[in-house]
Write a protein that binds this ligand. Structure first.
Ligand code: AMP
Length: 284
């Protein structure tokens, strides 16, 4: 496994690899580190489908709309490297410093037209977040030039944002969306879970239970009622719901009620103590 911290070294490696392996496919998994099985599942998919798998580990400052959140975000590069080695998860790790990724500084970024994706859910509650995501993913794609890009359904709206970037800029990369890996009690794996106290960790399983409840009440009760009941229940248990919505899974159009003609998805963002968690479930 190769580790590159300098972009130039990564680029030289990729160029040489392409020269020596014509027609080889490169898969790429961008991450912010503090790796868990969810990340590893993306890497496994990439390894199975490509000749070379590259992952990046970079806590991207421009996608944090909250300075405290950025400060608290777990950084465990040494541990991550050991895990990647042990699992033989990837061929190449790119782990640049902030100055390496943003040599021009972080203020001068051009805004990308995300349409309504910018104004709903994560776009609404984390202003500027997706502009930062687009900015860093665009840079990473330019450096790695992969054939396939692996991202998780856990960040469903992020996948839609990146698909839009690919479409608008006509990038020659295929986005592969991988399923959500969960803990045995249903909690979606996330680097942020490390920040939970044991009591908060127990409470956090309520998010998934809420999604399952929305699923099982399909065709039984109106969504507004299910939402009210769940929001109240979570509140009573100390979990503050930021949003709980039903949407069209193809377009992310928000739906006022269950619509059995459509492929639907339920999405939640909630605070368990100071930790903001997100999750979603496609209603099949
Ligand atoms: P992050 O390090 O949180 O930016 O995540 C890097 C990638 O891993 C993103 O594409 C996430 O959607 C994906 N990911 C995060 N958690 C999970 C999970 N529990 N299951 C599958 N993929 C995940």
């Amino acid at each position: 496994m190769f580790l590159f911290q300098k972009t130039e070294d990564l680029k030289v490696f990729i160029k040489e690899y392409r020269k020596q392996h014509t027609n080889a496919k490169i898969g790429f998994v961008p991450t912010m580190g503090a790796l868990h099985e969810g990340h590893l599942s993306l890497m496994q998919s990439s390894k199975a489908e490509n000749d070379l798998t590259v992952c990046s580990i970079f806590v991207n400052p421009t996608q944090f709309n909250n300075a405290e959140d950025l400060k608290k975000y777990p950084r465990t590069l040494k541990k991550d490297m050991t895990l990647l080695e042990q699992e033989e998860a990837v061929d190449v790790v790119y782990a640049p410093e902030v100055e390496e990724m943003y040599p021009e500084g972080m203020t001068s970024h051009i805004s990308f037209d995300l349409g309504f994706l910018e104004t709903v859910l994560e776009g609404e509650f984390r202003p500027g977040h997706f502009q930062g995501v687009v900015q860093v993913v665009r840079k990473l794609l330019q450096k790695v030039e992969p054939d396939r890009l692996y991202m998780g359904q856990k960040d469903f709206q992020q996948c839609m944002v990146i698909q839009r970037l690919i479409d608008v800029e006509k990038l020659s990369v295929n986005l592969i969306i991988c399923p959500i890996k969960r803990e045995p009690d249903g909690l979606a794996m996330s680097s942020r879970n490390q920040l939970l106290t044991p009591v908060q960790r127990t409470r956090s399983t309520l998010l998934y239970q809420c999604l399952v409840s929305v699923h099982t009440q399909k065709g039984v009760k109106p969504f507004a009622q299910v939402k009210k009941e769940n929001t109240q229940l979570l509140k009573a248990k100390g979990v503050k719901v930021e949003y709980l919505v039903l949407a069209d899974a193809d377009t992310l159009e928000l739906l006022p009620d269950y619509d059995l003609q459509r492929k639907m998805i339920v999405l939640i963002a909630a605070y368990v103590g100071p930790v903001r968690l997100i999750d979603n479930l496609v209603l099949v």
